[in-house]
Design a protein around this ligand. Structure first.
Ligand code: PMP
Ligand code: GLN
Length: 378
């Protein structure tokens, strides 16, 4: 029957994880930790289940969790969100982004994405009947090109999607970047999705610049995050959206008929666990150590390391190692060398190939060492 998504296959993350499993490769492809979360978080969820929190929660999320999220945003970014009217708990960031798009994009509306971008954005826009407008990040540096973004805005532009820290390039937007965007959008009605799922993974003293910090962005933004990333539980699929009340009201209209609610005991457990800020405040140092271990291990190899200032990804230029295109290289690397990676071309609509692949370093040190040993044979 006629496809709603004729150009979409199986996501690259599923494909590469399956190939890694088939070849017993070290899986540095799909972004997920291979270590356990904090046992205290498991205890908190277990207690919630034992206390009987096993039925539908309120549609927008458990109040204690919404309050904890609002308090965290206020402490980190000095902006108040009303837990009742402006914070919603979602089934991961993936659902948050789709729901936000469905809530605000009408057929024919233009939506700007900055490529490379996370692979769900473009199909999500297509499902809403939106017109995808692709603006490249600057090749090489992956920095936003504000002149190009400005040139892409038309009277039909409804929404812009940004992502910092950035998957896949591991770059981080500065406060100046956010201020420039704020000025650029000021005379427009363009809404913003700010995908901040890697908000707690910034390195070398850099600070995460949430859209919440900038009044002119916050007033038009769905700010999306994910406990999966922050607390090493990607399989739990619990995320959050912070947005002004009028935007949240529209968001919840879709949310209630999309998932309706998100699993209850995880929400209680997370609300409890969030009372202590130490786990997320320690995350930059935790991941910076892993990034450094991985980078040091590859120094002097023929893989050229690109900067990694945020997220849990490390990109490398493969041109000194292979003549294969990125996608074929990742297949070959998995089968022959035993390490899985993700080609950056998977994050571009036209499959743009710049000889760069992405590794995920959210892994045990021993996993990273095993990968390094194999990669050094290249
Ligand atoms: N946005 C980005 C940039 C991501 O990297 C991911 C996870 N890979 C998501 C959204 C989805 O997050 P979740 O697992 O919470 O759905
Ligand atoms: N966000 C993860 C990544 O970029 C994967 C999520 C998924 O498998 N859909 O690797």
């Amino acid at each position: 029957f006629p496809s709603r998504l004729p150009n979409v296959g199986t996501t690259i993350f599923t494909v590469m994880s399956a190939l890694a499993a088939e070849h017993q490769a070290v899986n540095l492809g799909q972004g997920f930790p291979d270590f356990h979360c904090d046992p205290q978080l498991i205890d908190a969820v277990t207690r919630a289940m034992q206390a009987g929190h096993n039925q539908y929660p309120p549609m927008a999320g458990v109040p204690a969790l919404r309050q904890a999220v609002a308090s965290k945003i206020e402490a980190l970014h000095a902006r108040q969100y009303c837990p009742n009217a402006e914070i919603t708990i979602t089934a991961g960031a993936t659902q948050a982004i789709l729901t936000a798009i469905l809530a605000c994009v009408q057929p024919g509306d233009e939506v700007i994405v900055l490529e490379p971008c996370y692979d769900s954005y473009v199909p999500n826009i297509a499902l809403a009947g939106g017109v995808v407008v692709r603006v490249p990040l600057t090749p090489g540096s992956f920095r936003p090109d504000f002149a190009k973004i400005a040139a892409a805005i038309t009277p039909r532009t409804r929404l812009l999607i940004i992502n910092t820290p950035h998957n896949p390039s591991a770059t981080v937007w500065t406060a100046d970047d956010m201020r420039t965007l704020e000025e650029l959008l000021a005379p427009t009605d363009v809404l913003l999705i700010s995908d901040e799922v890697y908000e707690h993974m910034v390195f070398d003293g850099a600070e995460h610049q949430s859209a919440a910090r900038f009044a002119g962005l916050a007033e038009r933004a769905f700010i999306v995050s994910s406990f999966g990333k922050t607390f090493h539980v990607t399989g739990w699929k619990v995320g959050t959206v912070a947005a002004p009340a009028a935007m949240t009201a529209e968001f919840r209209k879709v949310h209630q008929f999309n998932v309706f609610t998100v699993n209850t005991p995880m929400q209680y457990g997370l609300a409890d666990y969030l009372q202590n800020p130490a786990p997320y405040l320690q995350l930059p140092a935790f991941y910076q150590a892993k990034r450094d271990l991985f980078r040091q291990g590859l120094e002097g190899s023929r893989l050229k390391l690109l900067p990694s200032t945020g997220s849990y990804f490390q990109c490398v230029d493969i041109s000194a190692v292979s003549d294969l295109n990125e996608a074929d290289f990742c297949q070959w690397l998995t089968r022959e060398i035993g390490v899985a990676a993700i080609p950056l071309s998977a994050f571009y609509g036209d499959g743009f190939d710049q000889r760069v692949v992405r590794f995920c370093f959210a892994k045990k040190d021993e996993t990273l060492r095993a990968a390094i040993e194999r990669l050094r044979t290249l």
